[in-house]
Design a protein around this ligand. Structure first.
Ligand code: C2E
Ligand code: MG
Ligand code: MG
Length: 653
């Protein structure tokens, strides 16, 4: 469709252009023809003018000749006829010239020939009179002169010349007149030409503008047809309802959270009022594009109406995550939307509604988000607000933690505690598990369950995880040297650490630096990591180094026996939730027994996590579990307390 529109526009413009060109050539030719005619008539006028001058010369020559005649009468000298001879010579020359000049006017040529003939006649007459005068004296010639014949001939010659002259004059005037007309015609055609060009230009402009308008209109119609907003190309509200419905069904299935953000631009009305609607439209298009590029790829961005947008965020692990995204959206408006909006900052106020806390239908969520958005405006604009105040609080805390996590490592706010792992048979310590702690300067101790997911999302887990590994390996080696204990070490590894591809090299380097034997390092990973294809290389690499793989929180995720074999998993840690019900809960008991049986078959060792009571410990001991961890034996210990615990357990029976 857009292709066809372009072709039509181009063709129309081309036709008009060709037409304009033809008209241009035509009127150019006309002007050229007129100017050419003008030059031709000018040269003819010059010729006629020249001819007129020569007849004037002739007349004055005749004048001289008549004066000569009078001289002859007085003196009788033939030399007085000289002017006549000259006049005749002159006439011959002029006659030829005039024939050339008056080729288109043979009338005058004939008349001039007459003048020539008459002059010759007169000359002969005068010669005869001169001869008579020289033979018979003045008296013999006198009758001839007195008869007036000469005078009549002279008058005729003069009259002929006069008529030629006035004929030429009339001709010249006629030419001048026609020149004036031609001149006007040339100007007129040039004027017509420029007028025509102006019209053609106007028509082209009108055509192009019309087509472009039509194109924009069609694009808008097309977008509307597809359920898209005509201006921004974003989906519309109708579309959103369907998406919310779909996301809610998904969330019900997998227990994830959904957030609906309603976004209203601050002070937008004044943009339209101050800069006009066209500029307002441009600002909205830019706002839409910023929302689109800032939102996550799995989010749905729609334009509800006017300056109101919505972002649907499905598949959230924690509802508070939406606050981080909302803040990013607000930050996306920190730079001016348009150059013309340098002076006036257009921010965004966002209301956030969550499924299931704030509503379980699209309509409820939209209403709750709308309400929250109004409170965000009322609270001072350019901010986000949750529909439920409690979420607001925990989101604020999360945001603070997220921000502060960046400097926690440099400001030495992290430290490690170590929880011993006990042999159920001997009661001795076989290993310690390094557990990370964050002492926040204002908020105090923060649980790793709260900040590890934040660190994972921001990528900070890489430097933090590396720090934990170095610290724990070095500390364990110190204990081993000081207490002659073959203590093993267990370190938790987050999923994100294994995805980068640099983890294997890090472990190799730390082991080499600290001299901890690879076989004495347990790396704890969660079950779902086994299913991630991009972690397979890293897991293979770690096994290659000789370190041992431990599945943490076993039983809470999805695992397949095939994967336990594929990656040669060494140890399973039965999750605390299956231990707490022991020994009373039949389900938990069955679970623990089957894990132990399966592990024995696969030659995998098992650690029971979270053992808090003696009853749990004896159940596990009887069921064949050899290792355990839990408050019954020890809480996670500070570095300084570990040696004493090791000593105490070493001497334990
Ligand atoms: P986890 O690896 O399963 O660690 C065991 C958690 O259970 C620890 O919580 C520990 O204090 C707690 N625990 C141990 N015995 C008992 C018991 O008898 N009763 C009860 N109720 N709890 C017990 P903690 O230290 O809060 O750590 C929580 C989780 O944070 C850890 O679970 C681990 O997944 C993660 N984590 C801790 N340190 C690190 C770390 O350095 N890196 C990574 N990636 N994750 C860590
Ligand atoms: Mg662990
Ligand atoms: Mg665990």
């Amino acid at each position: 469709m857009p292709h066809r529109i372009r072709v039509t526009i181009e063709n129309k413009v081309l036709y008009v252009f060709v037409l304009g060109l033809l008209l241009l050539i035509l009127s150019g030719l006309l002007a050229l023809y007129e100017v050419h005619g003008l030059l031709a008539s000018e040269s003819r006028r010059m010729q006629l003018h020249h001819a007129q001058l020569t007849t004037e010369q002739l007349l004055s020559a005749l004048q001289d000749a008549e004066t000569g005649q009078r001289g002859y009468l007085l003196t009788g000298l033939p030399s007085y006829l000289q002017p006549y001879y000259e006049a005749r010579l002159h006439l011959r020359g002029i006659d030829q010239e005039m024939h050339a000049a008056l080729r288109s006017e043979p009338r005058y040529a004939a008349e001039l020939a007459d003048v020539d003939r008459l002059t010759r006649l007169k000359l002969a007459e005068l010669e005869a009179t001169v001869a008579r005068r020289s033979q018979g004296g003045l008296n013999a010639a006198l009758p001839e002169v007195l008869s007036g014949n000469g005078k009549v001939v002279m008058d005729r010659i003069r009259a002929d010349l006069d008529s030629i002259q006035s004929g030429l004059q009339a001709q010249i005037s006629a030419i001048k007149l026609s020149q004036g007309q031609r001149m006007t015609r040339a100007w007129t055609s040039l004027l017509a030409l420029s007028l025509l060009l102006a019209i053609v230009q106007g028509v082209v402009y009108a055509l192009v503008v019309r087509e472009l308008r039509e194109k924009r209109r069609l694009k808008g119609r097309l977008r509307e047809h597809l359920g898209l907003d005509a201006l921004t190309g974003l989906p519309t509200g109708a579309f959103l309802i369907e998406w919310i419905r779909y996301s809610l069904a998904q969330a019900r299935r997998d227990g994830s959270h959904v957030a609906l953000l309603r976004i209203n631009l601050d002070e937008f009305r004044s943009v339209n009022a101050r800069l006009g609607e066209a500029e307002g439209d441009r600002a909205l298009i830019e706002a839409a594009s910023r929302l689109l590029t800032t939102a996550r790829s799995s989010d749905v961005v729609v334009r509800l109406q006017g300056d109101e947008f919505a972002v649907l965020m499905p598949g959230l692990q924690a509802a508070e995550e939406s606050a981080v995204c909302a803040q990013r959206l607000i930050d996306a408006f920190s730079l001016p939307l348009l150059p013309s909006l340098q002076e006036q900052h257009i921010g965004a106020s966002i209301g956030i509604a969550l499924f299931p806390q704030d509503g379980v239908t699209p309509a409820d969520l939209l209403a709750a988000a709308g309400q929250a958005q109004k409170s965000a405006k009322a609270a001072g604009k350019n901010r986000h607000q949750f529909a439920t105040p409690q979420v607001e609080l925990s989101a604020t805390r999360l945001q603070t933690l997220h921000n502060d996590l960046h400097r926690a490592l440099e400001s030495h706010e992290f430290y490690l505690v170590y929880q011993p792992e006990i042999s159920l048979a001997s009661g001795r310590v076989t290993a310690v598990e390094a557990l990370l702690r964050w002492r926040h300067p204002q908020l105090g101790e923060i649980s790793p369950d709260e900040f590890i997911p934040l660190a994972e999302r921001s990528g900070l887990i890489l430097p933090i995880g590396a720090w934990v590994l170095r610290q724990a390996c070095a500390q364990t080696m110190r204990w081993r040297r000081e207490h002659g204990h073959s203590l093993r070490l267990s370190v938790n590894v987050a999923t994100g650490q294994l995805e980068g591809g640099e983890f294997v090299a890090l472990v190799r380097e730390v082991l080499a630096q600290t001299a901890l034997p690879a076989g004495d390092l347990d790396l704890e990973i969660v079950e779902r990591l086994l299913l991630k294809e991009d972690a397979a290389d890293a897991l293979g690499g770690l096994k290659g180094l000789g370190v041992r793989l431990v599945i943490d929180d076993f039983g809470t995720g999805y695992s397949s026996l095939g994967y336990l074999r594929r990656f040669s998993v060494d140890t399973l840690k039965i999750d605390r939730s299956f231990i707490s019900g022991l020994p009373e809960s039949r389900g938990d008991a069955a679970m623990a027994r089957s894990i132990l049986a399966m592990a024995a078959e696969l030659d995998i060792s098992v650690v029971a996590e979270g053992v808090e009571t003696e009853a749990q410990a004896s159940f596990l001991r009887e069921a064949g579990c050899s290792l355990a961890q839990g408050y019954l034996f020890a809480r996670p210990l500070a570095v300084a307390d570990v040696p004493a615990f090791l000593e105490m357990r070493a001497s334990a029976p």
